[in-house]
Design a protein. Structure first.
Lengths: 98, 465
């Protein structure tokens, strides 16, 4: 098998295990922010979209790429912003001075 | 910028994403996590914009990218400003956008490279496009159901599973054929159409109560399609970020399934939440009800109160009234806590963000295990808009469809109060014996207005006005 392919598969397997270990530790309190943050992170599809929209090899690819950049950008901006907004809402009980 | 430098930038971005999720694990470090995630994304986007193949084209290369950035931001900002009650549908919509991006890039790559695609690339590409398109329509359907544009009850018909399954098999066969004939553009169109259709059919039989699992699963699919894109484009950053998202969605779906004592296949093919025709006729059972005055007096004399919120609280927009109740009781020296069931609401953690938005301190929100430890010593358990997650039948009645589901043991508290419009069974159509217990008082009314009346009683009885 092509050594490159094996390398990608290794990265995938290791990243998945790392992800499972990290996510397991996230408090259920924060499961909604977790989902909006991973949503923003998975908008990393922007990387592939930018190349296609930038290279403009064919009209079809340019159109598809531009739509993909737009969709990714919606998730980047919206995802990080709403996660931050949510986390600002989480406050501890104020300890009142006796 | 040269390719090597960009590799290092991508590597730094991957590290940022991992740290971001690690720091999100607890509230004190969570905001740092988001900032780190933003830095990671800026690195990834910045590095990509400086790739030689794009810089080479000058402004011409950037024109559409800039347009897309502006449009994306204009749509993205209002989507981030939605109230917390709308977060489940917002999340479904963003899964749709994420999956669409992956599928479209896959399609663009296919048309650019066909028929010169290796089998490995083609395998990754079909996975990317299949997962991307099916997640796109499935998420849109989930959005429609959550927004109540579409009926939220599961729609089932005879032979539904057979139709879905055979569609899936046909799509898989087309995909495999395509891997061996990467020049066949017609097959590619057929596969895309089947994936889009499959996404729609997958969500039709799913009811509102199953949305937490389904949204988590779609989260996972969107991540995996980004991951497959990484294999197509030979990009490690995409593989890592996609795998992180994929595993996150997977863990959340497993947690949701466990919290409902159901399997994946059961959620996807079970059609839970249909109106269950129970053979047992309506026996005459009596429930005791109480007025706001009586309920307020009981709450006031209690030492400990456990509030159990459910989706009904979100529907009635009662969270701010609940906060006032929390305030007035706390001021009177009552120890008020909240018991949160993992599947309360329409997505994982939904109740927590709703209550946090209403300014209820997060250290008052208890997970199910902790709440169940405290409930037997609790004076009053006040159920607002939750039903099935409090049904003792899950522990005792083997014939019940929810038997075995972990529940909040509110029936163990000294007194139970349930704010509910009527005695009608809840979403799953299962009668709740909690309502007929001797220690239970039914508070009939709308969650918001009844809570407001309680607050009025509690704050108004300090003297004669």
């Amino acid at each position: 098998m092509d050594p490159d392919i094996l390398q990608y598969l290794y990265v995938f397997v290791l990243a998945t295990f790392l992800g499972l270990e990290i996510i397991r530790r996230v408090s259920p309190l924060l499961h909604t922010p977790l989902m909006s943050l991973t949503n923003a992170i998975s908008a990393i599809t922007v990387v592939g979209s930018i190349v296609i929209a930038g290279e403009q090899k064919t009209t079809l690819s340019t159109v598809l790429g531009t739509i993909a950049v737009t969709a990714s950008m919606i998730n980047i901006v919206g995802g990080y912003l709403i996660t931050y907004r949510m986390l600002r809402m989480f406050k501890k009980t104020e300890r009142k001075q006796p | 910028m040269n390719e090597n430098a960009i590799h290092f930038i991508y590597m730094a971005a991957a590290a940022c994403f991992i740290l971001a999720l690690k720091w999100l694990s607890a509230v004190p470090t969570a905001r740092r996590g988001v900032i780190t995630g933003i830095i990671g994304m800026l690195l990834a986007v910045g590095g990509t914009l400086l790739k030689p193949e794009i810089v080479h084209g000058g402004f011409h290369s950037y024109q559409w990218i800039l347009v897309a950035f502006v449009v994306g931001t204009v749509i993205g900002v209002p989507m981030a400003m939605m109230p917390m009650t709308a977060v489940p549908q917002r999340t479904a919509l963003s899964h749709a956008f994420g999956a669409l991006a992956a599928a479209l890039v896959g399609a663009a790559e296919f048309y650019l490279q066909t028929p010169n695609l290796t089998r490995f690339t083609m395998t990754a590409l079909t996975l990317e496009v299949l997962l991307g398109f099916l997640t796109f329509t499935a998420s849109l359907m989930a959005f429609g159901k959550l927004q109540e544009i579409l009926p939220t009850r599961p729609i089932t018909y005879r032979g539904q599973n057979i139709v879905n399954l055979s569609l899936f098999v046909v799509a898989a066969v087309v995909a495999i054929t395509l891997i061996f004939r990467p020049g066949n553009t017609n097959l590619f169109l057929v596969m895309s159409a089947l994936a889009l259709l499959f996404g729609v059919l997958l969500i039709i039989p799913i009811g509102g109560a199953d949305m937490p699992t389904v949204i988590s699963l779609l989260n996972s699919y969107a991540g995996l399609s980004a991951c497959a894109m990484g294999f197509v484009l030979h990009n490690h950053l995409l593989i890592i970020a996609g795998a992180l998202d994929g595993s996150s969605g997977l863990i959340l779906s497993i947690i949701m399934c466990k919290a409902m004592n159901r399997s994946f296949t059961n959620v996807l093919f079970g059609g839970f939440g249909q109106v269950q025709v129970t053979a047992a006729g309506h026996e005459q059972k009596t429930a005791r009800s109480a007025t706001p005055e009586e309920a307020a007096a009981l709450l006031e004399s209690a030492n400990t109160v456990m509030i159990v919120p459910g989706y009904g609280m979100a529907v009635a927009q009662a969270q701010h009234a609940v906060r006032e109740l929390y305030d007035v009781l706390t001021k009177k020296g009552v120890d008020v806590k909240f018991a949160i069931h993992p599947v309360a609401g329409r997505m994982p953690g939904h109740m927590n963000v709703l209550l946090a938005e209403a300014d209820i301190p997060y250290d008052r929100l208890l997970e199910m295990e902790d709440a169940n430890r405290e409930l037997p010593q609790t004076d009053v358990a006040l159920v607002i808009g939750a039903n099935d997650v409090t049904n003792p039948a899950a522990r005792t009645n083997k014939a019940s469809p929810i038997y075995g589901m972990p529940i909040l043991d509110v029936d163990k508290a000294r007194t139970v109060m349930v704010i509910k419009r009527s005695l009608n069974p809840g979403f799953a159509g299962i009668d709740n014996e909690l309502y007929y217990m001797d220690k239970t008082l039914m508070l009939f009314g709308d969650a918001k207005s009844f809570t407001n009346q309680l607050v009025k009683q509690l704050s108004g009885n300090s003297g004669f006005h």
